[in-house]
Design a protein around this ligand. Sequence first.
Ligand SMILES: [Zn+2]
Length: 419
Amino acid sequence: MSILIQNVLLNDERKDIIIKDNKFSKILDPTDSIGSSDLLIDGTRFAILPAFYNMHTHSAMTLMRGYADDIELHSWLEDHIWPLEANLTEDHVYHGARLAALEMIKSGTVFFNDMYFFPYGTAKAADEMGLRADIAPVLIDGMNAARAKEMIAYAQETIDHSGDYSSRVRFAVSPHAIYTVSAETLKRSFALAQKENLPFQIHLSESQTEVKNSIKDFGLRPVQYLESLGILDSNVTAIHCVHLDDRDREILKKHNVSIAHCPASNMKLSSGHFDYVKAKQADIKMVVATDGACSNNNLSLLEEMKIASLREKAFSGDPTVLPAREIFDMTTIKAAKAAGLNAGKIEEGMLADCLLVNLDHPTLVPRGHLISDIVYSANPECIDTVICDGNILMRGRKVKNEDDIIKGANEAYRDLIRK
Ligand SMILES: [Zn+2]
């Protein structure tokens, strides 16, 4: 399968772009182009941009969108979310993840790094919808080390099922947090990720309560506790990291850990102030994520980029902090790199993930400041076409089976709250 996108704007220049199989095969001046392909797209109205990579989600939590708003983190989890999640089935998760995939495609996202229950439901949805995903079953042993064996067997079983899905979908390893998972399970799950050469993600240092309890229970701050267990490396994505001191930042940098910054979720749950400026000064890898739709409440990385940038400017008192290009790179090329993908840039030989944005959409007019407009002005409606792995997932803002996805999600929600 080949696609020719003719006369499209790429970095302020008109180009013809040929996608062959799942890669950008040629980028040519329109005068040099041969012009034959299985599918021709007239790019005159469009600019081509890299697609977005969401580095932390609980995708099926779309079913809980709006379910428990305006509540403190620990009460939000213990009194509202966990009791409802006790009734979840794989079918609920499938329909919730399909809804998440639809929302992500419509807002330009082609990859998500997921942590949740019933990972086969999420994997089936991601595979059917044509997205890339790292999907980890969330490991929670209730601080009971005797359950470590069962937890690792569960994670291993999902990894062993990887071959059942497209190569776009991969199973990964993800204990929930240091306050829900015993040291034994933490250590053994990390060893499993290293053995299988897979990503490892964990919520870390999200709230003051977590830090206070970590010092009380383990005598160490959360980052330092994980280091003491030997659980930090370049394949680790530490989610939130709102509360860090200088020593924590040194440790994260030393082990080349990525921080998944979730600004909307952190603000909505009043988790505290993630000091982006200090993390940047410490030269720590940073990417952006929405977190689940229950603590955001949407999965739009367009919105997340704007929130992240405005938030840093407001907290630091410096409007030059986290400029548009920097947050755009954290959501595209840097995120793709952290996910181990040769993607995130429109370049010959790279994976064919991209967006065509409508240059006549009011939020992108007048032309001339595209990256600024995307970060500060755009809404998802300006995205006309989404391509992932050389396949068209959305064109003219239409995604296949939309009505069926919405109907399935509404039915799954009604069934979940009835239980
Ligand atoms: Zn999370």
